[in-house]
Design a protein around this ligand. Structure first.
Ligand SMILES: [Mn+2]
Length: 322
């Protein structure tokens, strides 16, 4: 049986003349994969938006049609329909995109974050799904949409990256079934894994080595905290992607229960990314209006790096029951 909300979403897509598909800030494989899959399905009348000034992150440059994406400099003003993919909260949409969202006749929110509060006019949130890509895959299948090889590749990248290569516990039987279906549709899984994981710039690894080497370990090595200052970013000519994976690397240390990466951004604000295998880090970032998943969450603290760090350590300490 077809779900009414899903049917409603496809009706809106059919009826709209001009559609904008929005991925979240600091885009990852899931948001970009889902965005490109949806673009391939909708076609010409859809624009895709990456919410930065410089376009697609290098790692995901291979995704079909990603290079047609608009950025905040060249996106149009008015769209009938705005679709957010993998966007847990409306504050993951920056000012200009928010204006477009607020002024659209219709808005749709396709996501899998438990913390998603349903900020759009139509919301389709499946908290048990591994990724926005898995949610979208099931929507397309339910509506008997022909999933081309290119669409399948995008959806596979979503699922692969959001499950950490099928290692996280969000990898359910349904997730693997979806991945299997996508491989049957022609996806070269080994090739996509290589493209997602083994194409890092040399400078990124050198930058990460420098940051990891000055990690602070606290509470008997139960907490690892890496703080990235503006000068670190400048020294390695780092872009946004360079910090990706540091928190995961620190989490692989046997004693570490919570790993934290703090990044100083220009305007006296600090971006925080938390990882844990054992602790609900989403509870920690909620104190700072953040969001995410139990084992991977993030927030922005409007304080300078050192102060943000103290505030965060305090919350982590409480969470660990210390
Ligand atoms: Mn996701």
């Amino acid at each position: 049986m077809k779900n009414k909300t899903v049917e409603c979403i496809f009706n809106e897509i059919n009826n709209a003349k001009k559609i904008l598909i929005v991925s979240h800030v600091n885009p990852d494989g899931d948001t970009l994969g889902a965005m490109c899959a949806l673009k391939l399905f909708i076609g010409k009348k859809a624009d895709t938006l990456i919410q930065n000034l410089t376009g697609a992150p290098e790692t995901y440059n291979f995704l079909p049609e990603i290079n047609l994406s608009k950025n905040l400099n060249n996106v149009d003003d008015i769209y009938d329909l705005v679709i957010c993919v993998d966007i847990a909260a409306i504050d993951r949409v920056v000012q200009k995109a928010r204006w477009i969202f607020d002024n659209a006749k219709m808005t749709i929110n396709i996501d899998h974050h438990k913390t998603n509060n349903g900020y759009a006019k139509i919301n389709w949130i499946i908290p048990d799904a591994s990724s926005a890509g898995e949610v979208l895959f099931n929507m397309l299948r339910e509506q008997d949409v022909k999933i081309t090889k290119e669409i399948a590749e995008c959806l596979y990248v979503s699922i692969l990256t959001d499950t950490g290569g099928f290692r996280y516990e969000n990898t359910k039987p349904e997730t693997l079934e979806a991945a299997a279906q996508l491989i049957k549709l022609g996806v070269d899984n080994a090739d996509l894994a290589k493209k997602c994981y083994n194409t890092k710039p040399k400078n990124m690894i050198m930058f990460q080595a420098a940051i990891i080497s000055k990690t602070q370990f606290m509470f008997n090595n139960r907490v690892a905290l890496a703080a990235i200052a503006q000068e670190d970013l400048e020294r390695f000519n780092a872009n946004n992607e360079f910090t990706e994976g540091i928190a995961e690397t620190l989490r692989t240390i046997k004693t570490v229960e919570v790993s934290a990466v703090l990044k100083e951004s220009e305007s006296q604000t600090t971006k925080v990314s938390l990882r844990s295998d054992r602790v609900d880090v989403c509870q920690i970032v909620k104190k700072f209006n953040g969001g995410g998943h139990i084992h991977a969450a993030g927030c922005t603290i409007k304080k300078p790096l050192r102060i943000a760090q103290e505030m965060l350590i305090c919350e982590i300490e409480k969470c660990l029951g210390l």
